[in-house]
Design a protein around this ligand. Structure first.
Ligand code: GLC
Ligand code: MG
Length: 248
């Protein structure tokens, strides 16, 4: 057995089936201690919201925590996000212009303050309204000269991020920092903001069985042998995928 880099989304991916998560956690912790495998969580949540989750669920402490859809990277025991990543995202980012542009859309309801981050502007949006709002918002942002990307997840959350940040780009940064090859790296997810973990990548990907339609549709339209669609849900699907790729 060799070490691997394990990157996972939390809500409805690692977290969702307590019993399966318990089994998976035991195997991951053993692998970490025995072979030096590294655990990375990549969540849409802010650090505050992540901490709240840790009071409700027994999560293993990760080696690195990626918050706010790839825009903040926290090294173990650090309260401050990685400054190199932070600076990289600052280039050309105009948060005010983004927020003012989005304010023109009545269908966009701002998310709570805790989820508004330096490089992430977040709203709630219904699935029906999304079809029209997203292209119009993208066009307006472009017109305003902002290099941003719009990500819709779970049929209700809309995040606007700088072009140079998402879960996929943050994974590459962390993978290079921890010195793992793409073939020894595996990422797991269930919804729209996880597409970047799987898009044009040679890292291995696991989509859990309960994945959202936005991810499944994308998966079917972009087949890739490095990606595995599990039958089981949440942590059970992760275990299935890790065995499929021979990591466990
Ligand atoms: C998490 C975050 C929220 C974000 C969503 C999708 O729920 O708290 O702000 O919009 O993930 O990325
Ligand atoms: Mg999720």
């Amino acid at each position: 057995m060799k070490p691997f880099l394990f990157v996972t989304d939390l809500d409805h991916t690692l977290v969702g089936d307590d019993r399966a998560m318990h089994v998976l956690n035991q195997q991951l912790e053993q692998h970490r201690q025995q072979y030096g495998t590294k655990l990375v969580y990549s969540t849409g949540r802010s650090l505050t919201s992540y901490r709240h989750l840790t009071t409700e669920k027994s999560l293993l402490p990760p080696d690195i925590l990626i918050c706010a859809v790839g825009t903040e990277i926290y090294h173990q025991d650090s309260e401050e996000p990685d400054s190199i990543w932070f600076q990289k995202l600052s280039i050309g980012w105009q948060r005010d212009v983004v927020a003012n542009s989005a304010a023109r859309f009545v269908d966009l309801t701002p998310q709570p303050d805790s989820e508004q981050r330096p490089f992430k502007v977040s709203y709630f949006l219904s699935e029906q309204a999304a079809v029209e709002v997203i292209p119009d918002l993208e066009a307006l942002l472009e017109e305003q000269g902002v290099d941003a990307q719009v990500i819709f997840s779970g049929g209700k959350d809309l995040d606007i991020l700088p072009r140079q940040a998402n879960k996929g780009m943050a994974m590459t940064f962390v993978r290079q920092f921890l010195e793992f090859e793409p073939a020894r790296t595996v990422a797991c997810g269930d919804s729209g903001n996880d597409i970047a973990l799987f898009c044009d990548r040679s890292e291995r990907g696991i989509i859990v069985g309960n994945a959202r339609p936005e991810l499944l549709q994308w998966h079917r339209a972009h087949p890739n042998p490095n990606r595995y669609l599990a039958l089981a849900e949440c942590a059970g699907g992760i275990l299935e995928g890790l065995q499929h790729f021979g990591f466990l």
